[in-house]
Design a protein around this ligand. Structure first.
Ligand code: ZN
Length: 360
């Protein structure tokens, strides 16, 4: 009974993570049917492949035991290879959908979701739940399976699009396997749980960095100002109160996916809700993850007015955010470029490592 609850819980958490990732697949959303098909086929295939690889290891005298950390390195190598191979087998389903780098991440995440759910189910039904450690594993390992693998999703996209060679894919695979093994080693002992926390947090940060990066380089990405101005004269809707001039009249209202933005006709300021402002920063500034710390730093000496990134402000009492379009749009463009440069300079960035190894 407890097993079923935990497996259902991990399924729910996994779905939430994919739904969360999908929110960041902003510029051209992937069809839900293709994602579900990849999760199902990719999940089953990756489990079969890993089963086969474990059998081969076993035949060669390598036995995986939770008590022996060195054998857990093979777990990372086997399971990441299985997920990557399964993604290749899913290529007929997704070939036509793969038109921006984020798609590689999204479909890799779907394979990892499928893999992890089947694995959890096996795990829960074959291990009696005697220790809390297994419960913790079941709940956090689905998001972690996704976090380890998505770097391979990016490399997969590049390899398919001939921007990176097979070396990029190999490097991404080795990074994913190493992170996976590190996680497994730390998860195998109670005493290592604080370190496990750091690895889990690092996994999330890594995932957000890659999502931000692929959003920043998406061929469909356009500056905020450009996309809002193309509306011409949108329909009037009930207006938010303008923070610059106090105007409460109905305002021309534009929608871009989840985002709803109004323009104050009296002074030219743009208005939206604070959550829409955060979504704008994700979508146009390519900054993912929590914006809280950044916002706290920028807002330190203010009472009711908060700043999310430069070039805007939020009235926390009125729940209205306000910005000047050109200024804010420039800030977002700069943020996107920063995300792009920072990621390409990172020591683990596969294209960079491949170039260094290749000597050019
Ligand atoms: Zn105004």
């Amino acid at each position: 009974m407890l097993e079923s609850i935990l497996v259902a819980l991990s399924f729910g958490i996994g779905l939430l993570v994919v739904q969360h990732l999908r929110r960041f697949d902003l510029h051209e959303q992937e069809p839900f049917g293709a994602m579900a098909a990849v999760a199902l086929c990719g999940g089953i295939l990756s489990i079969l492949i890993s089963f086969f690889l474990y059998r081969m290891l076993h035949a060669n005298g390598i036995h995986i035991r939770a008590g022996i950390p060195s054998t857990l390195i093979f777990v990372g190598l086997v399971e990441e290879a299985a997920k990557l191979a399964a993604l290749f087998f899913c290529l007929p389903i997704i070939r036509r959908e793969m038109d921006e780098p984020t798609d590689g991440l999204i479909y890799m995440a779907c394979v990892a979701l499928g893999f992890s759910l089947i694995e959890n189910w096996f795990y829960a039904t074959t291990h009696p739940l005697q220790t809390g450690l297994i419960a913790i594993r079941l709940v956090i390992c689905t998001p972690m399976h996704i976090a380890f693998s998505i770097i391979m999703g990016l490399a997969f996209f590049w390899t398919m699009r001939f921007k990176g060679g097979w070396g990029v894919l190999l490097l991404a695979y080795l990074f994913a396997s190493a992170y996976h093994a590190l996680y497994d080693i730390l998860a195998s002992q109670w005493i290592l749980l604080p370190a496990l926390y750091l690895v889990v947090k690092g996994g999330y940060l890594w995932m957000y960095r890659l999502l931000g990066y692929t959003a920043a380089i998406s061929p469909f990405r356009r500056p905020l100002a450009e996309t809002l101005l193309e509306d011409g004269r949108p329909a009037l809707e009930e207006g938010l109160e303008c923070l610059d001039c106090g105007n409460r009249a109905p305002k021309p209202t534009s929608r871009r996916g989840r985002i709803r933005v109004q323009r104050c006709e009296a002074c030219g300021a743009y208005l939206c809700s604070p959550s829409d402002l955060a979504q704008i920063v994700h979508q146009y500034g390519s900054l993912f993850g929590s914006l809280k710390r950044r916002s706290r730093r920028l807002s330190r000496h203010r009472k009711n007015l908060w700043v999310l990134v430069d070039g805007n402000r939020i009235d926390r009492k009125k729940q209205v955010a306000c910005f000047r379009l050109d200024e804010f749009s420039d800030v977002l463009e700069k943020l996107s470029q920063e995300v792009r440069k920072r990621t390409e300079r990172a020591w683990w960035f596969p294209l960079r490592v491949e170039h260094q190894l290749g000597g050019d």
